[in-house]
Design a protein around this ligand. Sequence first.
Ligand code: GTP
Ligand code: SPV
Ligand code: MN
Length: 596
Amino acid sequence: MALTKNPNVLKWVEETVALTKPDNIVWIDGSKAQLDALTKESVDIGEILPLNQEKLPGCYYHRTKVNDVARVEDRTFICTPTKEEAGPTNNWADPTEIKAKLTKLYDGVMKGRTAYVIPYSMGPIGSPLAKVGVEITDSIYVVLNMNIMTRMGQQAFTNLGDTSDDFVRGLHSKADIDPENRYIVHFPQDNTIWSINSAYGGNVLLGKKCFALRIASYQGRNEGWMAEHMLILGIEKPNGEIKYVTAAFPSACGKTNLAMLIPPEGYKSKGYKVWTVGDDIAWLKQGEDGQLYAINPENGFFGVAPGTNAKSNFNALESTKKDTIFTNVALNNADNTVWWEQLDKNPPVDATEWKGSKVNGVEWKAKGENLAHPNSRFTAPAKNCPCVSSEFDNPKGVPISAIIFGGRRAKTAPLVYQAFDWEHGVFVGSIMASETTAAAAGQVGVVRRDPFAMLPFCGYNMAEYWAHWLNIGKQLGDKAPKIFNVNWFRTGDDGKFIWPGYGDNMRVLDWIIERATGNAEAVETAIGYEPKPSDINIDGLESDGITNAVVTDLLSVDKSLWQEDVKGIKEFYAKFGDKLPKELQKQLDNLETRVK
Ligand code: GTP
Ligand code: SPV
Ligand code: MN
């Protein structure tokens, strides 16, 4: 039975059902009874496997098709009325043409299947910043993941009300998981997303990247707010004061890790704590007091499993101990639990690797093979996280003191620097570059420009997005957060990361929050303000080989590398033609002069 009287929802569901022709329609109310029944059905059809319910209560395992393990950027489209509105960094298709093409693929695609109608809220129920979406899917796996990642069920329809048309329509069918006919298509002007022939995370959990970034960035531009690929964390100082920061890093570059950071001993003993508000997406808007506020539109973590362990990210690991869905990790058949690279030093002997073959995990690893896919993930409820912020559900969000950009740069970018001002900060975000990772299909480890970590997620012309950022800065005036850039990934001559990273990133955050609140000194360099090496607290890092000299090296700015970068930025900016905001051209000219 329909869960809403809203005629806009009912009409769209009716049209979608007429097109896809499912045998049944199930409205997802979010009740435990319904979720339990769906979980059982998903197990019965072999879509998910129950894990050891004593060690991992409420946890399940899912394996995707081998061709369907990451976002597919080359099959992701922004279908604005004109190509120019999508801009030079997005794939564009004519909305009418692609609708006609995909309508053929959707026609009857759910015959013999059930359509699940999922109402959900992105953002705390009742928050003025929250927005409602409805996803129609033929995958129970999607329903179960959306239950973790969003506020799902009747409450979302209650929030939408009986007349509003302000909801995002998401249609997903796994169809035949045919990579040749895989499409992730966005119609920002219609609040609509069409996804077909995938069953992997970012392609199918339509509340996440498709809505909360691509559609929402477009809505934010029109409505005066921002949707960003950013974590949100609170740093509690010994005096109990909490300062909030957001950070944008590209996929698989350390957002979840930083969001759940455990400060090193020297900080912990003084009383520093880190609280997690979000690990992937932030929606930001100026509050009544003039400051910039952020909410996390999500309700769970879709985190990268490999590399997660008790030392690197204890809080993430704890979050996955119950009510979690694991996708494409390895199975430890001895006790029906999970394993992934770097979980510990003991790959299971009796293992099932992510593609499904039973192997001797020790021999398999000795051959240099992965047991878990490098982009294998856990879907874990945020409330499982030991350091989840008490502000997690605050409808107002949290006030932001600093915005941090970063990526994987082997050489050019120093450990940390601060932008001279907001306008320069927008420039710093616009020139972000990072080595590609396994989070998207394609080559790994090549440097590409990824402005604001939004290259794959901006729902309109990136140059207009930069102009939007410049405008927001003008609105915020002297209440604007300070902007910083970090790089945990500089490598030495041996190719290894120099900075220990993870919990030790607290040492850099410390300088950032003190600097952002006017309590720390800085020196001016060609690219921005930097701490003096002695301003980075390295107490306790001697055993990791981190000395003052190493920090000096990590903070060094190699002008010849930056001259090279300027060339790359010029090429990149040229793509935007006269849409490029003149402020950014001026910033580039100034940088060029400073690094000469
Ligand atoms: P998405 O969910 O794809 O958006 O990724 P993310 O940005 O949340 O990245 P995540 O925190 O999951 O980290 C991805 C990978 O980077 C993992 O393998 C981590 O172990 C590694 N990593 C995270 N932080 C650090 C760090 O400070 N130093 C180093 N060397 N590696 C890190
Ligand atoms: C990312 O790739 O940035 C992710 C995972 O957070 S996905 O949901 O696939 O987008
Ligand atoms: Mn992400």
